[in-house]
Design a protein around this ligand. Structure first.
Ligand code: NAP
Length: 670
């Protein structure tokens, strides 16, 4: 981030954000400053305010102990603050900002802010979250926050230094969030690379999912690269066009766009033991070619290949139908009878929009989701907050830290299975039961006037066994409309213009359908499908996995040297952390292995089987200690075998620690 003077720092890393995050000088009147601070109307913005101020001023006297939030209740609406504390935080902030405007106090320059000691950083973080943060988090947070404005995850080595003259081309598959990141890091390290992208533009999931109402369900201050944060997000949760724009900007600013071959899909990759290289089969619209490289980074995503159900009579349907991730904008839904099959994350976003247009909408739900109330879900960032983000250096990053703690790490215990907790059908432990009660309260509030609907949408499984969906009330409001029907009975067939369900007694309901929209999710457990991946000794990865994918750290697999996965097996997070965090760790790890290869002049690094196996045993035990592992409810978190092949069961800190520096002992080198 630029300082108030507009200069960019280059202290202990590479200057971070390529985006324009200028901090503007304070020219506002007293009243305007008061109004701006009052604009931080939600308590959740206050805990980070004084730590940001202290950091920017280089003065911890703005942190009186008595306004420190109560850590035990930071997830409450109050964010752990009493009204008196909230008032005092605002008063201190207003006074300090006026002082800065008047030249009585000064924001530290970037150099001073960068040099913040770990002890002080820990103190400020502990203040923000109202509890003493484990010292182990401080280096992670220093990177993740990028409060200093420096990109501390940038490679600290360059090919020209570690392997001058060596040819080591890398292929990246996919130009979505992870592929762009991998390209950026390789470019910083001076490694030769090409990105193959099947689409005609960057963005991956944010390019493909264009359904009405599509938006991210993780706060944007967290759902962005640590080194390319924005202090001017227009919404708390961006819509798809904003995110696509962000990734397009990143592609340009990172300088990776010219390395991308658009419209090129990799259909197969084969390792040669003799050459110690990969050969990729690449399909373009009018050509098929091969590409030989030393290493491959797969960044193809996990929620990418659509899951189409098999329902009797599907092919007899006379009208148009499409999957939500392949939205057909040419199909007119106005005044039509529309049937939506599926009631998950995507449906919850587009159904309220579609219902505005249709003559009648039927939502066919197989399993209800838990919904968590998030009043700001569709809201623009309040003007006052926008002002603070633009005028208080580092506030956006401190807010990111606070969100990170509250949503990700802080929620993990609420997903755990308690020792001795016997009935796992509705909750898995004390904290999970408390979460359940919170979500039940929201359900009761939403459906107070419709007990019939309440019974249909009430999940009969523990929260976090499936992904919890964010809600500002629009889902229940839509389901209650006279022209909307929610049906939770199984679908038994599709006819030319009807979808038919049948209840337990066999009584049929015919849902009129001019159009069917399949909101039936993705083939999440079929990692790398439909690509063929052949490793050492001609072994096929899909044969080895047999529908139950595993990898070491989610990134590497024995027998597939120099092949790295982003968003691979067991790297999904459940409780609202940002998947970008994981991608940054994965790419950092992959770059670490590539660095080892270059430094040692080795041709290949092949993960040891025993390392991979021991790791996966631990992952499986970990997942069986979590709600998503013990619940029998349907979910895309599990492979067909029933094993959780998607989720990471431990803390974010642990994943960061494990991926920080590759251990040479984990590999056979050739
Ligand atoms: P999803 O949440 O898995 O929902 C799929 C829905 O289709 C579920 O209701 C599922 O029922 C139903 N379904 C699947 N097969 C069916 C069949 N044969 N018959 C009837 N119903 C069937 O999928 P999604 O909505 O595409 O979301 C997937 C994930 O993508 C999310 O969990 C999230 O991680 C990500 N996502 C994120 C956002 C966001 O950031 N806002 C938005 C969309 C998606 P069951 O529950 O019974 O399986």
């Amino acid at each position: 981030m630029a300082s108030s003077s507009g200069s960019k720092a280059r202290i202990d890393g590479v200057t971070a954000s390529p985006l324009d995050n200028r901090i503007e000088p304070i020219l506002a009147t007293d009243d305007e400053i008061r109004e701006a601070v009052a604009g931080a109307h939600l308590s959740s913005f206050l805990p980070a305010l004084l730590p940001a101020l202290a950091h920017a001023l280089g003065d911890d006297s703005v942190l009186p102990e008595w306004v420190r939030p109560n850590g035990a209740s930071i997830r409450d609406e109050s964010a752990g603050l009493t009204p008196g504390q909230a008032r005092e935080i605002r008063r201190i902030a207003i006074e300090a900002l006026i002082d800065v405007r008047d030249g009585n106090r000064f924001f530290d320059d970037e150099a001073t802010k960068s040099n913040i000691s770990s002890e002080r950083l820990r103190r400020l973080m502990s203040f923000a979250i109202g509890e003493t943060i484990d010292a182990a988090y401080v280096p992670l947070m220093r990177e993740e926050l990028s409060v200093t404005g420096n990109d501390l995850r940038a490679p600290t080595w360059h090919t020209d230094d570690v392997a001058p003259g060596r040819s080591f081309p890398v292929a990246i598959i996919g130009a979505g969030m992870s592929g762009l990141l991998a390209g950026h890091r390789l470019r910083q390290a001076g490694v030769d690379f090409l990105i193959f992208e099947k689409n005609d533009d960057v963005g991956g999931t944010w390019l493909e999912n264009t359904y009405p109402g599509c938006r991210v369900d993780v706060s944007n201050h967290v759902y962005s690269y640590s080194f390319a944060q924005r202090n001017d997000w227009p919404n708390y949760f961006s819509s798809q066009p904003e995110l696509l724009d962000y990734f397009r900007t990143c592609a340009d600013e990172f300088g990776v766009r010219e390395h991308i071959r658009f419209g090129h899909e990799v259909s197969a990759m084969t390792w040669s033991d003799d050459d110690q290289r990969w050969t990729l089969k690449v399909n373009a619209p009018n050509s098929e070619s091969t590409h030989v490289c030393s290493a491959v980074i797969s960044a193809v995503g996990q929620l990418n290949r659509v899951n189409m159900p098999t329902i009797a009579g599907m092919d007899d349907f006379a009208g148009p139908s499409f999957h939500s991730a392949q939205w057909d904008h040419n199909i007119d839904l106005d005044d039509k009878d529309v049937v939506v099959i599926g009631a998950g994350a995507s449906a919850s976003q587009f159904v309220p929009h579609v219902a505005e247009r249709t003559a009648h909408l039927s939502v066919l739900q197989r399993t209800p989701n838990w919904f968590v109330p998030v009043p700001t879900y569709h809201e623009p960032v309040a003007d006052g907050l926008q002002w603070l983000f633009r005028h208080l250096p580092g506030y956006a990053q401190w807010y990111r830290f606070w969100l990170f703690w509250r949503s990700s790490e802080g929620l993990l215990p609420a997903c755990a299975v308690d020792d001795g907790w016997e009935d796992l059908s509705m909750a898995t432990g004390v904290d999970n039961a408390a979460l359940r009660e919170l979500l039940e309260q929201w359900l009761r509030l939403c459906y107070a006037d419709r007990p019939d609907l309440h019974d249909l949408v009430r999940p009969m499984y523990p929260p976090a066994a499936k992904r919890i969906v964010l809600d500002n009330g629009s889902w229940s409001t839509t389901l209650k409309r006279d022209d909307v029907t929610l049906d939770a009975s199984p679908i038994i067939r599709i006819e030319t213009n009807t979808v038919v369900t049948a209840d337990a007694e066999g009584s049929e309901t015919h849902h009129p359908a001019d159009v069917i929209i399949y909101a039936t999710g993705f083939q999440a457990s079929k990692f790398l499908t439909p690509m063929k991946v052949v490793g050492t000794g001609g072994r096929d990865l899909h044969d080895i996995w047999d529908g139950d994918a595993r990898a070491y750290l989610g990134v590497v697999h024995p027998g597939f040297p120099n092949f790295f996965l982003c968003y691979g097996p067991n790297t999904n997070i459940v409780v609202n952390g940002s998947i970008i965090y994981f991608s940054e760790c994965e790419v950092h790890y992959a770059l670490g292995v590539i660095e080892m290869l270059l430094r040692t002049n080795a041709a290949s690094a092949n993960c040891r089987q025993e390392v991979h196996d021991a790791y996966n045993e631990r992952i499986d035990v970990g997942n069986l200690r979590m709600a998503w592992g013990v619940s029998t409810v349907n979910s895309w978190y599990k492979a067909e075998s029933g094993r959780v092949a998607q989720n990471w069961p431990f803390s974010l800190l642990e994943y960061w620690e494990q991926t920080r520096t590759p251990n040479p002992a984990d590999y056979h080198f050739a």
